[in-house]
Design a protein around this ligand. Sequence first.
Ligand code: S3P
Length: 179
Amino acid sequence: MVDRLLKSNSNIVLVGFMGTGKTSIGKRLSSHLKMRYIDTDNVIERDSQRWISDIFEQDGEQAFRDLESEAVIKVSKLRNHVISTGGGVVLREENIIVLKEFAIVVCLTATPEEIFRRIGHQTHRPLLRTPDPMNTIRDMLVDREPFYSKADYMVDTTEKSFNDVISHIKEIYNSSISS
Ligand code: S3P
């Protein structure tokens, strides 16, 4: 249950570790609910005209986190949007506080094995460019668990179809805005 009043034009924010399906679910969910879709990583790349991997490489993670917090402030002013976020957005508490003002925050989860299966072959994520990405995923999931648990709801995506996950989030959203 969300502990605050949400209106019918409230946003849905998807948080969760890399590879939990925030983008693929977010896009589909927005069209199911006739809402608009936006992704904070895209906002950062559009506004800075740089790839996220370049920002990490040239300016470091903290510089990226600053841009991410700016993007969060921008998207939190929107209404009637499904907002996907980067996997580390939860690391700054103020991001979650701002996002929760006009949204329910749903954390997508998946097992480390499933995450690795989905994204282990991809190379564009700076934090997973390590000698042993599977171990990195395991370690980061443990470190970040307390941050992800700040979401209003957790939705497991492991071995679930897009439709299952979308129906689950739709139920959550409808019960949150009418309650
Ligand atoms: C990050 C996740 C990435 C991106 C950046 C940092 C993270 O987004 O924001 O590489 O800290 O988990 P995705 O979760 O969409 O891959």
